[in-house]
Design a protein around this ligand. Structure first.
Ligand code: ATP
Ligand code: MG
Ligand code: MG
Ligand code: MG
Length: 438
């Protein structure tokens, strides 16, 4: 992409409404634009990252055996009356009336709808286990939308729903999501710690929240420091096998959010030097809730014994749009964002230090074309701007690698390659640059 043709509305001033660094950087870097309280438009750079995060989550859901669908944002209130949540959910739910006076709502979550889909088609245990997921916009009329995409009103969530014949199978489904979550967050460069959690309005009796530790997090969390360097299950993990040991290795160590924290237990179980009390950003939550929805909604399946039972369910959410904020909170410096490579909007920025200089322009054009041919996503800064402004933009928007081309270097036959994260630079020939990114 040529920056002269792109749409990257970088702001010079730090927006005063943004209280935390990720919100400031997303506004300044031209990733998002607020359209109403807690409602954002995604500009090209932000949208690219959003899609990368979504894709990583999708790949890990698929690997764990979940099946992708797409449910609508608008739901009928009738379904929520069946489960009893229509009145219980309260003012966070955006309720809409259509021209025929029918009551609709903008979905804050999809347990009811997915249960309705399930009961329409699945009647036998033979179709189980089943896990259906989608990535769809949600609306929650948060009292205090803030921190940009961290606590929006409209936000993108991946939500998965598992269906099993009995508790033991439901537990296995839960473990598959637990492991998929560990992998998904790690692939985005995040350390996300699963913590025992309250089940809240979703209900049920087993739940973990995944938290990214950050001072700006909204939750108080307590954990054993050893959880910070646990190994991530590899890509070839057998999701049909027994995942309980992976889950147990972590569950054996103390980690809890303030809602369920037990200080006496914390002190008894964790030696003082390993006790950590800090803030966390909730990037995902998984629940096992049994028959909470299937029983009132009559989503029954016939078991091997010929008897009908309500299907055992769980639900599993990831805050896809919130993750952009969480990643930036975890990875930035005073110059801007430092995107981990797997989610970066572009792989490489080619910076032309002297637009209009025939040799420099030709060298840039060639690198740009060849790096693209090598499969790299390249942002070519071909604008007629000072070098300082070009560096500042590349640093602000956090592109992992800068390839800096100027007349002085070209005279010596070198091009500078700079890593955004470490600031380290190397001088390489054009050929070596191409090999470097082969
Ligand atoms: P929170 O405690 O932050 O209000 P929640 O517990 O209400 O979140 P869940 O129902 O568990 O949220 O939804 C699954 C995930 O969706 C959360 O873990 C979070 O990452 C994300 N999420 C929830 N509410 C918002 C929001 N208002 N803006 C952005 N992401 C959100
Ligand atoms: Mg909430
Ligand atoms: Mg929560
Ligand atoms: Mg939650």
């Amino acid at each position: 992409m040529r920056l002269s043709r792109f749409f990257l509305p970088v702001l010079k001033e730090t927006p005063s409404e943004a209280q935390i660094v990720s919100h400031r950087l997303m506004l300044r870097g031209g990733l998002i634009k607020q359209e109403a309280a807690g409602i954002y438009a995604w500009l090209p750079l932000g949208f690219k990252v959003l899609q990368k995060v979504e894709q990583i989550v999708r790949e890990e859901m698929d690997r764990a055996g979940a099946v992708e669908i797409l449910m609508p944002t608008l739901q009928s209130s009738d379904l929520w009356r069946e489960s009893g949540r229509y009145d219980a959910y309260g003012p966070e739910m955006l309720r809409i009336t259509d021209r025929h006076e029918r009551e609709l709502l903008y979905g804050p979550t999809n347990e009811e709808m997915v249960t309705d889909i399930f009961r329409a088609y699945v009647k036998s245990y033979k179709a189980l286990p089943l896990n259906l997921y989608h990535t769809q916009w949600k609306f929650r009329d948060e009292v205090r939308p803030r921190f940009g995409v961290m606590r929006g009103r409209e936000f993108l969530m991946k939500d998965a729903y598992s269906f099993d014949i009995d508790k033991a199978a439901a537990r296995r489904a839960y473990n598959r999501m637990y492991v998929a979550y560990l992998r998904a967050f790690a692939r985005m460069g995040l350390t996300a710690i699963p913590m025992r959690a309250d089940t809240g309005p979703i209900g049920g009796d087993l739940s973990h929240e995944f938290h990214v530790l950050a001072e700006t997090g909204e939750s108080q969390v307590f954990l054993d420091k050893n959880l910070l360097d646990m190994p991530i299950p590899p890509a070839d993990t057998d999701f049909d096998g027994d995942l309980e040991p992976i889950v147990q290795a972590r569950s054996a160590m103390y980690a809890a959010t303030s809602d369920v924290h037990d200080q006496a237990r914390f002190e008894a179980e964790v030696p003082e030097e390993r006790r950590m009390s800090t803030r966390g950003i909730e990037v995902g939550q998984i629940f096992y809730f049994g028959t909470k929805y299937s029983a009132p909604m009559k989503a029954n399946v016939t078991g091997p014994d010929g008897k009908d039972v309500p299907v055992e369910m769980g639900s599993y959410g990831i805050g896809v749009s919130r993750l952009l904020g969480a990643i930036i909170e975890a990875s930035h410096d005073d110059k801007g964002i430092i995107w981990p490579e797997p989610v970066a909007p572009f792989d490489i920025a080619v910076i032309n230090l002297k637009k209009g200089d025939a040799k420099t322009d030709a060298a840039c054009e060639e690198l740009y074309a060849k790096l693209k041919a090598q499969g790299k996503d390249v942002l070519y800064d071909d604008r007629d701007e000072r070098p300082g402004a070009k560096f500042a933009t590349a640093e602000l928007v956090g592109i992992p690698w800068q390839v800096v081309v100027g007349p002085r270097g070209l005279e010596k036959g070198v091009i500078e390659v700079k890593e955004r994260a470490s600031g380290k630079t190397e001088e390489l020939s054009a050929e070596a640059v191409l090999n470097r990114f082969a």
